[in-house]
Design a protein around this ligand. Structure first.
Ligand SMILES: *Cc1c(COP(=O)(O)O)cnc(C)c1O
Length: 352
């Protein structure tokens, strides 16, 4: 047979169902997550477009650049956007969210669960509790949280949770997912402004209602990316999601110990709210730390944070002791210091 004419095999319904089940398990939801045929940012923009409408007041929490962008998309859709915005070296507090809910009486709340750009992690569970008490639709960008911290979609009553695999899960960036609760679907369907016949339309992607398993694979699912995601999520299952989260926690704790041993300060002010995917280092005028290109997993700050912080990107396959040691050695070299005592601190925090 002529190899050149074989083509590749389309995604089977079995593979599609496997992927859906892996995503359900990952997000702790019994409602099959919607597979998004693109990078996670597509799912995030599609949620904003789907829920925004004139007459809807939405509380958008801004703790980093992705939150700002989400607010812009909500405004574009005609929603009244009210914001709780904090300085990007802080995370939001439940108290601030509570008083904004009381003041603005929104119908929905959106926030980024964990921020890789700023290195902060918001108090997600407390925010969901407040939302529940006030009967708000909840939206979370959990792209940088899934695999690095807990997210229990059904138990916490999350209506829209966007995930991507390219961060903690070491997966592909070309396919992602949005978990949508039955209430979330109603919120979309009751919005006359929700896109239809559009790449931004979640309603167009909605599986037949009634919860019956689909008979065929939606034609827009990217085959190779879907297979890569199955493979990544299968590896996560093998390691165990809890173990993956612990590995990220341990990595972050080691990175913090390492930078502190070098006399550096974390960019984030509250030590109980560090992201487990990145450690951000305050530059504070230290000229030696002003790099403009990544060195291994040590990267300059993005956008407005350039020159203010350095990021150590210790997620996915880089959530390891060795990666942290390399990053800390890089920082020591930039500072013209011997790395040995910082490496010792890393190992001590790692716990071996
Ligand atoms: C990485 C990330 C995204 C997705 O951005 P991509 O451009 O798809 O990589 C969205 N939100 C947050 C908080 C992220 O960290």
């Amino acid at each position: 047979m002529n190899q050149e004419h074989k083509g590749f095999i389309p995604l089977s319904i079995t593979e599609f169902n496997t992927l859906t089940q892996l995503l359900s398990k990952l997000l702790s939801t019994q409602h099959p997550p919607l597979i998004i045929p693109g990078e996670a940012i597509l799912g995030i923009e599609a949620v904003a477009a789907g829920i925004a409408a004139p007459g809807r007041t939405i509380l958008n929490v801004v703790t980093g650049p992705y939150g700002s962008l989400f607010g812009e998309w909500l405004k574009r859709g005609g929603a009244t956007v009210v914001e709780v915005k904090v300085s990007f070296d802080e995370v939001v507090t439940a108290e601030k969210v509570a008083s904004a809910i009381e003041q603005f009486k929104p119908c929905a709340i959106s926030f980024v669960q964990a921020e890789v750009v700023t290195g902060g992690s918001n108090p997600a569970q407390a925010i969901f509790k407040l939302a529940q008490d006030n009967n708000l639709i909840t939206v979370t960008d959990s792209v940088s949280a899934v695999g690095g911290e807990t997210l229990l979609v059904d138990e916490w009553e999350v209506d829209f949770a966007v995930m991507g695999a390219q961060k903690a899960l070491s997966g592909p960036n070309g396919v992602s997912a949005v978990s949508i609760s039955p209430r979330g679907w109603d919120f979309l369907a009751s919005n006359p402004e929700a896109p239809r016949n559009s790449i931004l339309s979640l309603l167009d992607l909605r599986p037949s209602s009634g919860g019956a398993a689909p008979l065929r694979v939606p034609p827009n699912i990217p085959t190779l990316e879907a297979r890569a995601l199955i493979s990544a999520l299968t590896q996560i299952e093998e390691e165990g999601l809890e173990q993956v989260i612990k590995r990220h926690e341990r990595t972050a704790a080691s990175a913090i110990a390492g930078i502190q041993a070098l006399g550096l300060t974390p960019w984030q002010k509250d030590s109980s709210h560090y992201s487990t995917l990145t450690t951000t280092v305050r530059i504070a005028g230290e000229q030696k730390l002003l790099i403009d290109q990544p060195i291994g997993i040590v990267a300059p700050g993005d956008g407005e944070l350039f020159g203010q912080l350095l990021r150590i990107n210790h997620f996915g396959a880089k959530a390891s002791r060795q990666s942290v040691e390399e990053a800390v050695t890089t920082l020591a070299q930039l500072l013209h210091q011997e790395p040995d005592h910082a490496i010792t601190a890393v190992r001590l925090a790692w716990g071996e």
